[in-house]
Design a binder for this molecule. Structure first.
Ligand code: IMP
Ligand code: MG
Length: 181
Protein backbone atom coordinates (compact mmCIF):
# COMPACT_ATOMS: atom_id res chain seq x y z
CA UNK A 1 0.00 0.00 0.00
CA UNK A 2 1.47 3.37 -0.98
CA UNK A 3 1.91 5.79 1.90
CA UNK A 4 3.42 9.19 1.05
CA UNK A 5 5.90 10.24 3.75
CA UNK A 6 4.19 13.57 4.32
CA UNK A 7 1.05 11.73 5.43
CA UNK A 8 2.81 9.77 8.14
CA UNK A 9 2.26 10.75 11.74
CA UNK A 10 5.25 10.37 14.01
CA UNK A 11 3.20 8.99 16.84
CA UNK A 12 5.46 8.91 19.84
CA UNK A 13 8.99 8.47 21.09
CA UNK A 14 9.68 4.82 21.69
CA UNK A 15 13.37 5.09 22.67
CA UNK A 16 14.84 8.46 23.61
CA UNK A 17 18.34 9.84 23.03
CA UNK A 18 19.65 9.01 26.52
CA UNK A 19 18.41 5.41 26.41
CA UNK A 20 20.00 4.95 22.97
CA UNK A 21 23.38 6.30 24.06
CA UNK A 22 23.40 4.34 27.33
CA UNK A 23 22.65 1.09 25.53
CA UNK A 24 25.29 1.76 22.87
CA UNK A 25 27.92 2.26 25.58
CA UNK A 26 26.95 -1.18 26.93
CA UNK A 27 27.09 -2.77 23.47
CA UNK A 28 30.51 -1.18 22.85
CA UNK A 29 31.84 -2.59 26.12
CA UNK A 30 30.51 -6.07 25.33
CA UNK A 31 32.04 -6.04 21.83
CA UNK A 32 35.35 -4.70 23.19
CA UNK A 33 35.44 -7.51 25.74
CA UNK A 34 34.34 -10.31 23.40
CA UNK A 35 36.79 -9.41 20.61
CA UNK A 36 39.71 -8.44 22.89
CA UNK A 37 41.95 -11.23 21.62
CA UNK A 38 41.01 -10.95 17.97
CA UNK A 39 43.47 -9.64 15.39
CA UNK A 40 41.23 -8.38 12.64
CA UNK A 41 37.71 -7.20 13.40
CA UNK A 42 35.66 -5.75 10.54
CA UNK A 43 32.35 -3.98 11.20
CA UNK A 44 30.10 -4.17 8.15
CA UNK A 45 27.34 -1.56 8.27
CA UNK A 46 24.21 -2.31 6.27
CA UNK A 47 23.19 0.83 4.37
CA UNK A 48 21.41 2.97 4.74
CA UNK A 49 19.64 2.36 8.05
CA UNK A 50 22.68 1.52 10.19
CA UNK A 51 24.73 4.64 9.49
CA UNK A 52 23.84 6.62 12.63
CA UNK A 53 24.04 3.58 14.93
CA UNK A 54 27.40 2.54 13.45
CA UNK A 55 28.74 6.07 13.90
CA UNK A 56 27.97 6.02 17.61
CA UNK A 57 28.88 2.36 18.18
CA UNK A 58 32.35 2.54 16.59
CA UNK A 59 33.32 5.25 19.07
CA UNK A 60 32.41 2.94 21.97
CA UNK A 61 34.57 0.05 20.76
CA UNK A 62 38.00 0.37 22.35
CA UNK A 63 39.90 -2.14 20.20
CA UNK A 64 41.21 -1.71 16.63
CA UNK A 65 38.68 -2.41 13.90
CA UNK A 66 37.92 -1.45 10.33
CA UNK A 67 34.61 -0.40 8.79
CA UNK A 68 32.98 -1.47 5.53
CA UNK A 69 29.52 -0.95 4.07
CA UNK A 70 27.13 -3.22 2.23
CA UNK A 71 23.83 -2.17 0.68
CA UNK A 72 20.91 -4.36 -0.29
CA UNK A 73 17.62 -3.49 -1.90
CA UNK A 74 15.10 -1.91 0.44
CA UNK A 75 11.42 -2.60 0.18
CA UNK A 76 10.69 0.35 -2.05
CA UNK A 77 8.51 3.38 -1.52
CA UNK A 78 5.24 2.69 0.26
CA UNK A 79 6.14 -0.85 1.32
CA UNK A 80 6.23 -1.88 4.94
CA UNK A 81 7.66 -5.36 4.56
CA UNK A 82 10.76 -6.75 2.92
CA UNK A 83 10.18 -9.29 0.19
CA UNK A 84 11.84 -12.69 0.18
CA UNK A 85 13.92 -11.54 -2.79
CA UNK A 86 16.83 -9.34 -1.76
CA UNK A 87 19.28 -7.77 -4.22
CA UNK A 88 22.82 -6.62 -3.60
CA UNK A 89 23.25 -2.93 -4.47
CA UNK A 90 26.73 -2.25 -3.06
CA UNK A 91 29.26 -4.96 -2.24
CA UNK A 92 32.32 -4.68 -0.04
CA UNK A 93 35.69 -4.42 -1.75
CA UNK A 94 38.07 -5.75 0.85
CA UNK A 95 39.45 -9.21 1.60
CA UNK A 96 37.50 -10.84 4.44
CA UNK A 97 39.40 -14.14 4.45
CA UNK A 98 39.98 -15.28 8.04
CA UNK A 99 38.75 -11.97 9.46
CA UNK A 100 36.15 -11.56 12.19
CA UNK A 101 33.06 -9.96 10.74
CA UNK A 102 30.47 -8.13 12.83
CA UNK A 103 27.43 -7.12 10.78
CA UNK A 104 25.81 -3.88 12.01
CA UNK A 105 22.09 -3.68 11.21
CA UNK A 106 19.40 -1.17 12.15
CA UNK A 107 16.50 -3.57 12.70
CA UNK A 108 15.61 -7.23 12.19
CA UNK A 109 12.03 -7.87 11.16
CA UNK A 110 11.27 -10.97 9.03
CA UNK A 111 14.97 -11.92 8.99
CA UNK A 112 15.02 -12.14 5.18
CA UNK A 113 17.52 -9.31 4.69
CA UNK A 114 20.12 -10.63 7.12
CA UNK A 115 19.61 -14.18 5.93
CA UNK A 116 20.64 -13.04 2.45
CA UNK A 117 23.55 -10.96 3.78
CA UNK A 118 24.99 -13.76 5.93
CA UNK A 119 24.88 -16.24 3.04
CA UNK A 120 26.59 -13.67 0.81
CA UNK A 121 29.33 -12.85 3.34
CA UNK A 122 30.05 -16.54 3.97
CA UNK A 123 31.26 -16.81 0.37
CA UNK A 124 34.20 -14.56 1.36
CA UNK A 125 35.45 -17.14 3.92
CA UNK A 126 35.67 -14.95 7.03
CA UNK A 127 36.80 -16.57 10.27
CA UNK A 128 33.36 -15.93 11.75
CA UNK A 129 30.30 -13.74 11.28
CA UNK A 130 28.28 -12.25 14.13
CA UNK A 131 25.35 -9.85 14.12
CA UNK A 132 24.75 -6.65 16.08
CA UNK A 133 21.35 -5.05 15.59
CA UNK A 134 20.06 -1.91 17.25
CA UNK A 135 16.43 -3.12 17.20
CA UNK A 136 14.79 -6.52 17.02
CA UNK A 137 11.16 -7.41 16.27
CA UNK A 138 11.34 -11.16 17.02
CA UNK A 139 7.59 -11.79 16.71
CA UNK A 140 7.75 -10.92 13.00
CA UNK A 141 10.34 -13.55 11.98
CA UNK A 142 9.75 -15.57 8.83
CA UNK A 143 13.20 -17.19 8.84
CA UNK A 144 15.26 -18.02 11.89
CA UNK A 145 17.71 -15.22 12.65
CA UNK A 146 19.30 -14.59 16.03
CA UNK A 147 21.53 -11.60 16.63
CA UNK A 148 24.55 -11.87 18.91
CA UNK A 149 24.07 -8.30 20.17
CA UNK A 150 20.65 -6.66 20.40
CA UNK A 151 20.17 -3.05 21.47
CA UNK A 152 16.43 -3.19 22.13
CA UNK A 153 13.69 -5.75 21.54
CA UNK A 154 10.60 -3.85 20.40
CA UNK A 155 6.95 -4.75 19.75
CA UNK A 156 5.43 -5.13 16.28
CA UNK A 157 5.42 -1.42 15.42
CA UNK A 158 6.77 0.39 12.38
CA UNK A 159 9.54 2.68 13.65
CA UNK A 160 11.63 5.55 12.27
CA UNK A 161 14.51 7.75 13.37
CA UNK A 162 18.17 7.38 14.33
CA UNK A 163 18.98 6.30 10.75
CA UNK A 164 15.78 4.32 10.15
CA UNK A 165 13.40 5.59 7.47
CA UNK A 166 9.87 5.54 6.20
CA UNK A 167 10.09 6.16 2.47
CA UNK A 168 13.55 7.74 3.01
CA UNK A 169 12.22 10.27 5.53
CA UNK A 170 12.84 10.64 9.29
CA UNK A 171 16.39 9.24 9.34
CA UNK A 172 17.58 12.45 11.01
CA UNK A 173 15.46 12.12 14.16
CA UNK A 174 17.80 11.65 17.15
CA UNK A 175 15.40 9.16 18.78
CA UNK A 176 13.34 6.11 17.72
CA UNK A 177 9.66 6.87 17.17
CA UNK A 178 6.76 4.64 16.27
CA UNK A 179 4.67 5.66 13.31
CA UNK A 180 0.93 5.48 12.79
CA UNK A 181 -0.49 5.06 9.32
P1 IMP B 1 13.64 -7.92 7.28
O1 IMP B 1 14.31 -8.36 6.00
O2 IMP B 1 12.15 -8.14 7.22
O3 IMP B 1 14.26 -8.49 8.52
O4 IMP B 1 13.77 -6.34 7.34
C1 IMP B 1 14.96 -5.74 7.61
C2 IMP B 1 15.03 -4.37 6.98
O5 IMP B 1 13.74 -3.80 6.82
C3 IMP B 1 15.81 -3.44 7.88
O6 IMP B 1 17.15 -3.39 7.48
C4 IMP B 1 15.09 -2.14 7.70
O7 IMP B 1 15.72 -1.40 6.69
C5 IMP B 1 13.71 -2.49 7.28
N1 IMP B 1 12.75 -2.39 8.39
C6 IMP B 1 12.24 -3.38 9.14
N2 IMP B 1 11.39 -2.92 10.07
C7 IMP B 1 11.35 -1.58 9.90
C8 IMP B 1 10.64 -0.51 10.59
O8 IMP B 1 9.89 -0.70 11.57
N3 IMP B 1 10.87 0.74 10.11
C9 IMP B 1 11.69 1.00 9.05
N4 IMP B 1 12.38 0.05 8.41
C10 IMP B 1 12.20 -1.23 8.83
MG1 MG C 1 15.06 0.70 5.43
Amino acid sequence: MALPAQRLNVARKLIDEVALQNRIVELGHAITRDYADVDELVLIGILKGSFVFLGDLTRQIAIPHTIEFLQVSSYGVGRRESSGTINLKLDIHTDLTDKHVLVIEDIIDSGNTLNFIIQHLKSYSPSDIKICTLLDKPMRRKVQMDADYVGFTIPDKFVVGYGIDADEQFRHLPYIASVMH
